[in-house]
Design a protein around this ligand. Structure first.
Ligand code: ADP
Ligand code: ZN
Length: 439
């Protein structure tokens, strides 16, 4: 047997470029991009004029802070064409956000934009060990959602044999995975967990499938969830991050070190700001992630506030990449629940549940009754954990409520529910039902 050459990087020169050179490249691109936007996007020109900034004031990345922010509200205001920087006849694609937090927004791509986006996804696949000898099963949704098309394009660029399954039809996913020897799986982490669960139900274990790696993203997931998926599928699970507004998945990706995601800094300039004041925070601080697209032609957002909470780090990485890393986002500012005055992230709850031996099938329900917040966590028992003995269930609920209280500082009411009582997700999981917002 001939040993295959492991390909370590997709675009080595960029991925391992000395930091000073990357910064120089970013500065050059930023100056050009600001001109492009000012000349072609009236909406952003107005924002710059209001702030008294001209393209001539931007000499490099040190001047980035002078530019105004863009928010999701601006995108909704400017919907659909208000932030377009190229004539429509130069565009070849439209994608849309998932609408997780409200009305969907749309993004436009020229052929070059699609190409660069696919390159970013290709970098992620290679970092997860992908080569042209791999079969890459893409089980993200295809269509307006960027997950499917992005990873599909990246997989082609690497030269993998691409299996464009889209999401859903889980038994068929597993059948094809086995019949066609898929070695890499791309989908949301909640769908990966569901595929793992179905595999078990079909009477198979991790050794029965040829998968070696998974590239999972599009929603927050904890380290505990990662271990759970790695075990059930027998793979190494890599994180990938992105958002439609900046192209889609591939803004950042994980390498073999699995300690945060390298940002494709040659295309996306990242900042961390204080979400309340807008002040730029020093490296290592926790805050809201802001991106500036340095190369996008059709939909080049400058200083776009993602609302994702995270930390940046330039610590040296063992993979050899010099690209800055972002920690796993904790969730979005608007995912954070304030319950009885206490800040709660769904990811904290997920950590406790998985540590206590439960599966990642849960739902958080928050309501307000007589001016008091109610806080329920419904957690599914696995078939092995299931019992119909009331006293046992009550004892388990109490134990779990105690662990959650230790983590969160407030007391939830925990309900253990029967296996399969919580709806599974084939895309982004809906973990929180906040009835207070519905009023
Ligand atoms: P929507 O904003 O409607 O969900 P998108 O499909 O564009 O639309 O989703 C982008 C968002 O998904 C990001 O802003 C982030 O909140 C979340 N996201 C994407 N990848 C990850 C990831 N790896 N970890 C945590 N959150 C992620
Ligand atoms: Zn690395």
């Amino acid at each position: 047997m001939v040993l295959k050459m492991e390909q370590k990087y997709y675009q080595k020169e960029i991925e391992t470029m000395p930091v000073e050179e990357i910064k120089k490249l970013q500065s050059e691109k930023l100056v050009k991009q600001v001109k492009h936007v000012y000349e072609n996007v009236a909406y952003y020109r107005d924002l710059m004029d209001k702030k008294g900034v001209k393209p001539e004031d931007i000499h490099g990345i040190e001047d980035l802070h002078l530019l105004p922010f863009l928010t999701k509200a601006d995108l909704r205001d400017a919907y659909p064409y208000g932030l377009l920087a190229k004539p429509l006849e130069d565009c070849v694609r439209i994608q849309s956000t998932s609408g997780t937090t409200g009305r969907r927004v749309v993004a436009f791509y020229t052929q070059k934009d699609v190409d660069l986006w696919e390159d970013c996804c290709a970098r992620a696949i290679v970092a997860a060990g992908g080569t042209k000898e791999d079969v890459c099963q893409v089980a993200y949704g295809y269509g307006l959602f960027t997950g499917g098309p992005g990873l599909n394009g990246g997989s082609h660029k690497v030269g993998c044999l691409t299996l464009p399954m889209s999401s859903g039809n889980t038994e068929r996913q597993i059948q094809f995975m086995m019949d066609l020897s898929a070695t890499i799986l791309c989908c949301t982490p909640s769908y990966a967990a569901y595929i793992g669960e179905s595999l078990k139900e079909m009477g198979y274990g991790p050794d029965d499938i040829p998968l070696k790696a998974g590239i999972f993203g599009a929603e927050p997931w904890t380290e505990e969830m990662r271990h759970n998926i790695e075990e059930t599928l027998g793979i190494k699970a890599y994180d990938i991050y992105g958002l439609t507004e900046t192209s889609g998945p591939g803004v950042s990706f994980e390498c073999s070190e699995q300690t945060g995601m390298h940002i494709n800094e040659d295309h996306f300039l990242a900042e961390i700001i204080d979400p309340d004041t807008g002040e730029v925070l020093p490296e290592g601080s926790k805050g809201e992630l802001v991106f500036t697209s340095l190369d996008k032609e059709a939909f080049p957002l400058l200083r776009y506030r993602t609302r994702d909470i995270c930390v940046l780090s330039r610590k040296k990485c063992s993979c050899g990449r010099t690209l800055i890393k972002m920690a796993k986002p904790m969730g979005r500012t608007d995912d954070m629940l304030i319950i009885r005055g206490v800040n709660v992230f769904p990811s904290q709850i997920e950590t406790v549940l998985l540590n206590e031996g439960y599966q990642p099938n849960y739902q958080i329900v928050v309501d307000r009754v007589n001016n008091n917040d109610t806080f329920e966590v419904n957690v599914e028992m696995s078939p092995e954990q299931f019992t119909d003995k009331v006293s046992e269930v009550i004892a388990k609920e109490k134990a779990l409520a105690n662990s959650l209280k230790t983590m969160l500082g407030i007391n939830p009411s925990v309900h253990l529910v029967a296996p399969k009582a919580i709806v599974r997700s084939e895309g982004k999981a809906v973990r929180v039902i906040d009835k207070r917002k519905l009023i």
